[in-house]
Write a protein that binds this ligand. Structure first.
Ligand code: SAH
Length: 501
């Protein structure tokens, strides 16, 4: 099993820096033992202009069979046919074994860590990767589908079954050459692509896929897998089609995708639409009117410790901070990017101590229960529910109404019926690209009643923005109040802590 990684350079930026980046000196041949055999790293060429590192994995077929038996599972968990244990392609074909060796031998490089040349580790390099024999179930087309979206130029040449007998046709192997010009990918990214995609192409994992494979996949897939067009094939094959794992992986990737999604235009759209429709009489943007409505509801509820769930860029948190009745304000969002903007907006780093003590911004997903959210007086979900896939909504419901259980919950969401009043909105379009659904008044009410009933809340509805006689208001608000006003362990505990402090 063989793979080479090459880069080019100049005397000022020598290609031999590859040795530093891989943490393997070009002048030394090195060997590392892995559970399946010995991995060798050698440099067939090492000059300022061009440097190539080769990883050669010498598989010990006996160790492979023993390990397979010891775990009671063969490749992909399926028991191998007796002969296949001894006669198989494992020693020759690049596969999940090579991926494991890659991560064992180049672990720092894969993580993008380089103490000797930290700046080089972050620099995208010109790279060429060659794998002479890559099992590719799905053929050249899949190989291209996997690597091209990541910036690679792909050459996948089918390997004939036997060169002496071309009429036998092609084997399931390809000779793979990947190229990327300078400025696109770092070495760490390139290695992470290989680590995931080699076993995906092989589609025959040699080890039992355990639940922590999802973590490994997500770590290696950071920055590229969430938006990859072949994400389904990748997760299915990488996780050996174990349904519970592939589902978890895809859900978590969905969160990552949301976190990466740019949500800056939420307010812009609302504002633009407002300017169009309400011109003279109503110069107040809908987003502002929504916040005003929320602030009024919060004030009426008597809350002082408030969660802003899906706080986005922190506009509501900023308003809450201005009012001293709010002694503790927690903004939660899944998007680190939104939180960074929020922190900047609030000038968190320059805020006086007393003020800073009142506010926390934290990353979290509302699709998971979170102990940190227990025991608050009120929670706001302003224009958030419609950002979740409808199948994920029950998880949010449980996390907020079942687990966090604040006394008051305020939920706002667009009223889809109103969309026809917006000339800027093409027919049938949601107000924001990331909206997974938009509800009619009836749908929203039905949902809210169901949630209230299930979790022991009363609910009431208020319009936000000018109500149209036919289609209703642009935004709908539901105000939930918990029925068991006194008995929430989380709340009582927190109160005690506050008193003690
Ligand atoms: N509440 C703000 C922002 C609304 S935009 C306002 O009213 O202006 C929706 C926000 O919900 C985004 O910031 C998005 O990152 C966040 N979000 C979407 N799904 C989420 C989830 N599962 N967990 C936490 N936040 C989420």
């Amino acid at each position: 099993m063989f793979l080479t990684i090459s880069t080019t350079g100049t005397p000022e930026r020598p290609a031999t820096d590859l040795g530093f980046l891989l943490h393997k000196h070009p002048e030394k041949a090195q060997a590392f033992s892995t559970s399946y055999g010995t991995a060798h790293v050698v440099y067939p060429e090492a000059s300022d202009e061009r440097c190539t590192a080769a990883l050669l994995l010498e598989v010990d077929p006996v160790a492979l069979v023993r390990r397979g038996k010891g775990k009671g599972k063969g490749r992909g968990g399926a028991p191998d046919a007796a002969l296949a244990q001894y006669v198989n392609d494992r020693p020759y074909a690049a596969s999940s074994l090579l991926a494991v060796a890659l991560s064992a031998v180049f672990s720092s490089a894969m993580r993008g860590v380089c103490a000797a040349r930290p700046e080089r580790a972050a620099q995208p390099l010109p790279l060429r990767i060659e794998v002479p024999a890559l099992p590719a179930r799905g053929g050249g087309e899949l190989v291209r589908g996997l690597f091209e979206p990541l910036g690679w130029t792909v050459e996948a040449t089918p390997v004939p079954l036997d060169e002496r007998f071309p009429e036998w046709g092609e084997s399931r192997y390809v000779r793979l050459v990947l190229d990327v010009p300078e400025g696109r990918l770092t070495l760490g990214e390139a290695l992470r692509h290989l680590y995931v995609l080699l076993p995906v192409l092989d589609d025959a994992k040699h080890y039992w896929v355990s639940p922590d494979e999802v973590d490994k996949l997500l770590r290696a897939g950071e920055g590229w897998l969430a938006a990859h067009p072949e994400q389904k094939v990748i997760t299915d094959r990488y996780l050996a089609r174990r349904w519970s794992l592939t589902r978890e992986a895809r859900e978590r990737l969905e969160l990552v995708r949301l976190a990466e999604a740019d949500d800056t235009d939420v307010e812009e759209i609302d504002n633009a639409v407002d300017e169009e429709t309400d011109t003279d009489e109503q110069p107040v943007p809908l987003a502002v009117r929504r916040r005003t409505a929320i602030l009024a509801e919060l004030a009426a509820s008597g809350a002082s410790r408030v969660l802003d769930l899906g706080c986005g860029q922190g506009q509501l948190v900023q308003e809450l901070l201005k009012d001293v009745r709010y002694t503790e304000i927690v903004g939660v969002d899944v998007s680190v990017r939104a939180l960074t903007v929020a922190a900047r907006r609030l000038k968190l780093d320059r805020m006086g101590e007393r003020r800073a003590e009142r506010v926390t911004l934290t990353q979290g997903s509302l699709a998971y229960t979170d102990k940190r959210l227990k025991g608050y007086d009120a929670a706001v979900l302003s224009e958030v529910v419609e950002h979740l896939d409808i199948e994920r909504l029950p998880a949010l419901e449980y996390a907020v109404f079942g687990s966090a259980r604040p006394r008051t919950v305020l939920v706002t969401t667009p009223n889809v019926e109103y969309n026809v009043r917006w000339e800027t909105l093409p027919a049938g379009h949601a107000r924001h690209g990331d909206h997974r659904f938009e509800w009619t008044r009836e749908e929203f009410r039905a949902w809210a009643h169901r949630v209230a009933e299930r979790h022991g809340y009363d609910v009431r509805f208020e319009p936000v923005g000018d109500e149209d006689p036919e289609v209703g208001p642009p935004t709908q608000l539901a105000a939930f109040t918990r029925q068991d006003k006194n008995a929430t362990p989380g709340n009582d505990k927190k109160k005690k802590e506050v008193r003690a402090a």
